[in-house]
Design a protein around this ligand. Structure first.
Ligand SMILES: Nc1ncnc2c1ncn2[C@@H]1O[C@H](COP(=O)(O)OP(=O)(O)O)[C@@H](O)[C@H]1O
Ligand SMILES: [Mg+2]
Length: 277
């Protein structure tokens, strides 16, 4: 799917939204001079920014700008060439994703085919770190795995599913869900690990408009409850409604950081991405 920006419908300026985040709080995430090279390609070039707790930050920019690589380098799947990724003041740069997850920094994952053979509920339960039977094979081995000791997690999974409006789907196989519902399951799985901050790469891409709205509303509710979000998204309407702040990347570099309304008036942002809209 092309990374083409879509004109926002019903733009809501940040001023019309209830304020989120804790004003003046120490940043939960601080990225300092992050650089990722692949051979001769500088995918992420000296990027620095901070994210305060409870805030939603959008990462936007044209195809190939380095957004996904930046997100992966923050979440631990890609080793940065240089730079630091402080999460709660711990430098996680170069540490694997499970270490980031242990600190509460979680990237949502596209569900591979094997997860389709599990129900929605099983998908959430296998995402709980350290829960017995967390391997999908263990889960597939039989429902007995989900005995009394897992009941608390089952109840929590039910709550998560209710929040995502997926409670009625808990016994359905993920392979039978629509693309948009699958994206909600991916978010639900991330929530089961009790994150402080979620990293999401195009959580609404390839989803029909009404489900995209539903995902956007679910993310807004999570942010309003204090979860910190960093998301790559090309649908600028969603970014404008959901995000408190936007970082614009082009050719690996961070070219702007601020309120999307302010950014629209900046020439280099317009020419790099917004196309003069
Ligand atoms: N694993 C990789 N190996 C080599 N080059 C890569 C790899 N991943 C991304 N790139 C390159 O890094 C640049 C940024 O890619 P990416 O982060 O996917 O951009 P975006 O998500 O903004 O579209 C592109 O030039 C891409 O081809
Ligand atoms: Mg990408």
């Amino acid at each position: 799917m092309p990374d083409k920006p879509v004109a926002p419908q019903q733009p809501v300026s940040a001023a019309e939204r209830p304020a989120s985040g804790r004003q003046g709080a120490a940043p939960v995430l601080r990225v300092a001079e992050l650089t990722v090279r692949f051979g001769g390609v500088v995918a992420v070039d000296n990027v620095s920014f901070a994210v305060e707790p409870g805030v939603a930050v959008g990462l936007i920019g044209p195809n190939g700008a380095g957004k996904s690589t930046a997100l992966k380098a923050i979440g631990g799947e890609v080793k940065p060439t240089s730079g630091a990724v402080f999460f709660d003041e711990v430098d996680l740069a170069g540490r694997p994703p499970h270490v980031a997850a242990r600190h509460g920094l979680i990237r949502t994952f596209q569900l591979g085919g094997e997860f389709g053979r599990l129900t929605v509920m099983e998908n959430l339960l296998v995402a709980v770190p350290g829960l017995r039977g967390q391997t999908i094979w263990g889960a597939l081995a039989g429902k007995r795995w989900w005995g009394a000791a897992q009941q608390a997690e089952v109840r929590r999974a039910q709550e998560v599913l209710s929040r995502l409006d997926l409670r009625h789907k808990d016994n359905e196989y993920v392979r039978d869900l629509s693309g948009g519902q699958r994206k909600l399951v991916e978010i639900g799985r991330a929530l089961m690990a009790r994150p402080k901050m979620l990293l999401l790469d195009e959580p609404m891409a390839g989803v029909n408009r009404s489900l995209a709205r539903h995902i956007e509303e679910a993310l807004t509710a999570l942010r309003n409850d204090g979860l910190t979000l960093l998301l790559v998204e090309h649908e600028l309407g969603s970014v404008e409604r959901l995000c408190d702040r936007v970082i614009v990347m082009a050719q690996g570099r961070q070219i702007a950081d601020g309120d999307i309304g302010q950014l629209r008036s900046r020439q280099e942002v317009l020419s790099a991405y917004l196309g003069g809209r």
